[in-house]
Design a protein around this ligand. Structure first.
Ligand code: GA4
Length: 326
C-alpha cells in the first residue's frame, strides 16, 4: 500500500501544481486498506484506487462506444436528449442555468432502462447496452468493495449497511459519460500548454456529488481539479489505469468539491459511476457515528428528498446544510 502524504506547501491559484493525493492499493492487506480509505475520506474526501480489479477490456469497450456516440453529428446525438436529467445533454447542466464546455450522456444503471435508451444512442443498441452493462457490473462491485472497507474502517457493525443501498434492484445509481472538447487554439498561439492554463475554460463547474460514492475514470487528458480549502484548486493528474473515488458520514467523511477545466488540444473523456440508494431509502448516520457528545448533524431524509433539493439548486450551492438537525 502506498500512502502519499501531501506536502504542506500551499497550492495557490496562480501557482497550480499537481499535489500528491492519497492512493489506495486494493491488493494490500485488508485491515490496512480500510484504515487508509477512512483517513483519505476524512482528510480529502477523495483518493485514487489502483489494483482495482476492473478488467481493462471492460473499460475500453465502453470508452469505444462512448467515443463512437460523441463523434456522431449533433442532430443524431440529440435523439438521445434532452437530458431530463437522464439522456444526452450539451453545455446545459441541471435545470437552473449552469453551463459548461461539455457534452454528456447520463444513464440509469438498471439494465432495462439501458436497453430502452440504447435504441436512441446507437445503431447497434445491443452492443452499446452490453458495453454499459459490463462496465456497470464491474464498477458496482468495486464500489461495494470500497463501501464494505469503509464500513470496516469506521467500525460500523453492520458491514453491508452502505453496500445494500447500491445493490438494491431499485438503486438510483447512474452512469455519466462526459466528453470535454479540445480547446481551439490559433496555430501561432504558443501559450496553450496545460501548465499555463492560458486558454482554459470551465467544462463542469465546482460542485460536490450528492450520491454515496463516485467512481471516476478518464482518458489520459487532464482537467479535473479538487478543492480541499476554499478557493484553492489542486489539479488531479490523469491516470487511465486508475479510478478516482469521492465518497461521506455525519460530517466525519466529506464529499470533495471538484470541477473540470478544458485546456488540452485533445478531448477529455470521463466515465463516472454514481452509487445511489433507491429513491425511498431513508438516509441517516450509522448508529456508531452518533454518540451523546456527537449528536446526529442531520435530520433523517430520503434520497428522493435530497435529490429533489439538489436539482432545485445551482451546481455551486451547498445543500447538506438544508438538512441540519435543529
Ligand atoms: C453532480 C453529480 C452528477 O453528475 C449528477 C449532476 C446533476 C446533473 O448534471 O444533472 C446535478 C449535479 C450532479 C449536482 C447539483 C444539480 C444536479 C446538476 C445540478 C445543478 C448527475 C448528479 O446527480 O448531481
Amino acid at each position: 500500500m502506498v500512502v502519499v502524504v501531501p506536502s504542506p506547501t500551499a497550492v495557490g491559484n496562480e501557482k497550480l501544481r499537481a499535489m500528491e493525493l492519497p492512493v489506495v492499493d486494493l491488493s494490500a492487506e485488508r485491515s490496512e486498506v480500510s484504515k487508509v480509505i477512512v483517513k483519505a475520506c476524512e482528510e480529502y474526501g477523495f483518493f485514487k484506487v489502483v489494483n482495482h480489479g476492473v478488467p481493462q477490456d471492460v473499460i475500453l469497450k465502453l470508452e469505444e462506444q462512448a467515443l463512437r456516440f460523441f463523434s456522431l453529428p449533433l442532430s443524431e446525438k440529440q435523439r438521445a436528449g434532452p437530458a431530463d436529467p437522464l439522456g444526452y445533454g450539451c453545455k446545459n447542466i441541471g435545470f437552473n442555468g449552469d453551463t459548461g464546455e461539455v457534452e454528456y450522456l447520463t444513464l440509469n444503471t438498471n439494465p432495462l432502462s439501458i436497453a430502452q435508451r440504447s435504441t436512441t444512442i446507437s445503431n447497434n443498441p445491443s452492443k452499446f447496452s452490453s458495453a454499459v452493462n459490463g462496465y456497470v457490473e464491474a464498477v458496482r462491485e468495486l464500489a461495494c468493495e470500497l463501501l464494505d472497507l469503509t464500513a470496516e474502517g469506521l467500525l460500523v457493525s453492520d458491514r453491508s449497511l452502505f453496500t445494500r443501498l447500491i445493490r438494491d434492484v431499485d438503486s438510483d445509481s447512474i452512469l455519466r459519460l462526459n466528453h470535454y472538447p479540445p480547446i481551439q487554439v490559433d496555430s501561432n498561439d504558443r501559450d496553450s500548454s496545460p501548465s499555463s492554463y492560458a486558454n482554459s475554460k470551465v467544462g463542469f463547474g465546482a460542485h460536490s456529488d450528492p450520491q454515496i460514492l463516485t467512481l471516476l475514470r478518464s482518458n489520459d487528458v487532464g482537467g479535473l481539479q479538487i478543492s480541499i480549502e476554499d478557493g484553492v484548486w489542486i489539479p488531479v493528474p490523469p491516470d487511465p489505469t486508475a479510478f478516482w473515488v469521492n465518497a461521506m458520514t455525519n460530517g466525519r467523511l466529506v464529499s470533495v468539491r471538484h470541477r473540470a477545466l478544458t485546456y488540452s488540444r485533445k478531448s477529455r473523456m470521463s466515465m463516472a459511476f454514481f452509487g445511489a440508494p433507491p429513491l425511498q431509502a431513508r438516509i441517516a448516520a450509522p448508529p456508531e457515528m452518533v454518540a451523546p457528545n456527537r449528536l446526529s448533524l442531520y435530520r433523517p431524509f430520503t434520497w428522493a428528498e435530497y435529490k429533489k433539493t439538489a436539482y432545485s439548486l445551482r451546481l455551486e450551492d451547498t445543500r447538506l446544510d438544508l438538512f441540519m438537525a435543529c
